[in-house]
Design a protein around this ligand. Structure first.
Ligand code: ATP
Ligand code: MG
Length: 293
């Protein structure tokens, strides 16, 4: 069964179309990223999937349940970390988690065990009885992630999980997400390209309510540019073997566009001698910026 199925989804706010015929599927166990500039429709998509907003047109299924017809079954199967904090600031960390666990009908023994586990995971054990209003932004985010996973949801939705966090805390959160990867399906939105590249098996890029690309981070990148300087004989051998990759040639050099430079280089050295070579790596950020221009 697919974890998430979205079919021709449309969301209008008055006469403004925020989501324009979006379709995608998320496999079980996958980490699926939604990338896109401000206002692209990421949060709106997530809100429809977690049953907080109704679509104008189209259908969506989460854990096999229709978000319109079976909203309560959808809710039982998901965890959510919202873009804005929804923690109870006057509660302690443990109280926040306990309240959430009760909402999900967890037994006392189960609650105590899971709360300890999750506090350990996000390294907040020693702050468990402090009021959340005394927490820093990073601590609140970590607690929200602990809460999102507390009831072992089949599918976790994270809307900008590391928004505004320093690089070190962000990396910690990536570590938790990677640790949790195997046990749940994760759908996350982010503005950090590096985050999407590191965590996601696949990425959908949205712009102005539409999907503009969907693939693995590796496939979304453009080709790397390789310039090779060599003797005429060797350049002839390169042209013979890799002709389709060549984009320009000049006296003593050729320029190629290569999708997978790691596997290209050994093949190159098998066929020709190289005097000098330069490689300009393409980045996911370059590809992304082109897509949303
Ligand atoms: N309740 C609403 N009423 C009217 N317009 C809305 C509402 N919610 C969202 N929108 C509009 O829909 C569009 C998509 O918003 P959404 O919050 O989904 O964007 P986003 O991709 O999550 O952006 P960000 O990166 O800034 O979080 C925006 O133009 C926004 O102004
Ligand atoms: Mg958003």
């Amino acid at each position: 069964m697919k974890a998430v199925v979205v079919e021709n989804l449309v969301k209008d706010f008055g006469n403004f179309r925020a989501i324009d015929c979006v379709s995608f599927e998320v496999e079980e166990g996958e980490v699926f990223g939604i990338l896109g500039p401000n206002g692209a429709g990421k949060t709106t998509t997530i809100k429809i999937l977690i049953t907080l907003l109704k679509p104008t047109k189209g259908r969506a299924f989460v854990a096999g349940y229709d978000v319109l017809k079976s909203a309560s079954d959808v809710r039982k199967n998901i965890g959510v970390v919202f873009q804005e904090t929804t923690l109870e600031l006057e509660f302690t960390a443990r109280e926040n988690l306990d309240f959430h666990a009760r909402l999900y009908g967890m037994s006392k023994a189960e609650r105590e065990k899971r709360i300890e586990e999750m506090l350990n995971l996000v390294e907040l054990e020693s702050f468990s009885d402090k009021l959340v209003k005394t927490f820093s932004g990073g601590m609140k985010r970590r607690l929200e992630i602990a809460r999102g996973f507390l009831h072992n949801p089949k599918i976790l939705f994270l809307d900008e999980p590391t928004l505004g966090l320093d690089a070190k805390t962000r990396r910690k959160i990536w570590k938790y997400i990677e640790e949790l990867k195997g046990s749940s399906t994760i759908v996350l939105t982010t503005h950090y390209i590096e985050e999407a590249e590191k965590l996601c098996d696949r990425i959908v890029v949205m712009n102005k309510g539409k999907i503009v690309a969907m693939d693995s981070p590796k496939n979304l990148k453009a080709e790397d540019r390789v310039v090779i300087y060599s003797s005429k004989e060797d350049l002839d051998l390169i042209k013979k073997n890799f002709g389709s990759l060549i984009v320009s040639e000049d006296d003593g050099k050729v320029e190629l566009l290569v999708k997978d430079v790691e596997s290209f280089i050994p093949k190159l050295f098998e066929v020709a001698k190289v005097k000098e070579m330069s490689i300009k790596r393409s980045t996911l950020e370059d590809a992304y910026i082109k897509m949303v221009e």
